[in-house]
Ligand binder design. Structure first.
Ligand SMILES: Nc1ncnc2c1ncn2[C@@H]1O[C@H](COP(=O)(O)OP(=O)(O)OP(=O)(O)O)[C@@H](O)[C@H]1O
Length: 335
């Protein structure tokens, strides 16, 4: 399904569960292409979670779908490292030979409305079977128990559960597939706020106890702060900042990240106190991105250089930023 992309199961750096290099994903036709992901490079160490934030339309979902192998990629590489002792990939429903599972905002995308939930959980245990044999029920019920769904609910259909329960079922299903890498695309956004913390806790616990690695997309900085070890910030298909969660959320370097965070009271108190930066204007048309720095048309610090020279990450730093003037901006923002 991919065009011009090498896929291997050997990570480029020892200890990385996922390594993405120069990934490009294009929508539309050749005459008017839209590069929704435009040269993204990142790595996620095994057992960690990478949070991905950015405005609507910045390319977050496209990135995770391409990593999962559910969207064709234009160029670049996606390497996924198997864990020692991983079984042959069992999942038949998700991409890259069962190495990646996806948890969507809408659990109904992963669950069959007509099946009792235990069968949906057991499906990855019995690949190739049109109907999951009853002998897998006990394992499915056990997995459901681990996500807080009691055996009395195992024969219910998804519509007979609450939204939080349904999302727990999709987590059990993802775990059943034994994939080392799970893409979480706004997994709690559709849930009542009172249920979000429980599902986030469950995801975090599953990651620790089952040696899972996550890429976790969210608009919600509180969820990101809870679950992510590192954060990547996307703007118009590019990563503009990448680093440890605490550093990115507390000391954002890119003016775009600063603006995103300044809009969130819970994690932005320091940023607000320093310098409140609201983001003016709309995200530009991704088919015709600005020259040089793509953010420059909305950046109050932009200078002539920003229109002609595209900023890139420096080599080797843990907290990376693609901005020509970030040290000056940081100094200007400090009282
Ligand atoms: N199927 C598609 N066909 C054409 N363009 C698309 C398609 N899906 C997404 N896009 C475009 O690709 C860009 C990235 O979209 P994407 O959904 O990945 O962003 P996002 O950051 O996940 O947004 P949101 O937070 O709203 O989900 C946007 O310009 C969007 O309009």
């Amino acid at each position: 399904m991919t065009a011009g992309v090498e896929e291997t199961v050997a990570a480029a750096r020892v200890g990385d569960a996922l390594s993405v290099k120069d990934l490009v994903v294009t929508y539309g036709n050749r005459r008017d292409p839209l590069r929704a992901v435009d040269g993204v490079t990142l790595a996620v160490p095994r057992g960690q979670a990478l949070g991905v934030i950015g405005e609507s339309g910045s390319g977050k979902s496209t990135l995770v779908m391409a990593i999962a192998g559910l969207l064709p990629t234009t160029s670049g590489t996606v390497d996924i490292a198997p864990r020692d002792g991983d079984l042959a990939p069992a999942a038949r429903s998700v991409g890259r030979g069962g190495q990646v599972q996806v948890i969507f905002q809408d659990p109904m995308l992963a669950l069959s409305p007509s099946l009792p939930i235990w069968r949906s959980v057991a499906e990855p245990l019995a690949p190739g079977n049109l109907r999951v044999p009853a002998r897998f029920r006990a394992t499915a019920v056990e997995l459901l128990g681990q996500v807080g769904i009691g055996p009395e609910l195992a024969d219910r259909r998804p519509a007979q559960l609450s939204g939080g329960q349904r999302q727990r079922v999709t987590i059990a299903r993802a775990v059943a597939a034994q994939a080392p890498l799970i893409m979480c695309d706004e997994p709690v956004a559709a849930l009542d706020i009172s249920l979000q913390a429980g599902v986030l806790r469950l995801l975090d616990e599953m990651r620790r106890t089952r040696d899972l690695t996550y890429v976790f997309v969210s608009h919600d900085m509180t969820s990101i702060a809870r679950i992510a070890d590192q954060v990547g910030v996307m703007y118009l298909g590019k990563l503009v900042e990448l680093g440890p969660t605490r550093a990115v959320l507390r000391e954002p370097r890119h003016p775009y990240t600063q603006a995103l965070i300044s809009a969130v009271p819970t994690v932005s108190l320091q940023a607000r106190a320093r310098n409140r930066t609201l983001l003016p204007g709309e995200i530009p048309d991704a088919r015709r991105p600005p020259s040089g720095c793509r953010f420059r048309t909305r950046c109050r610090f932009a200078q002539d250089r920003c229109a002609v020279e595209e900023p890139t990450f420096g080599p080797g730093e843990a907290h990376q930023v693609a901005c020509h003037f970030w040290p000056e901006i940081k100094d200007a923002a400090t009282p």
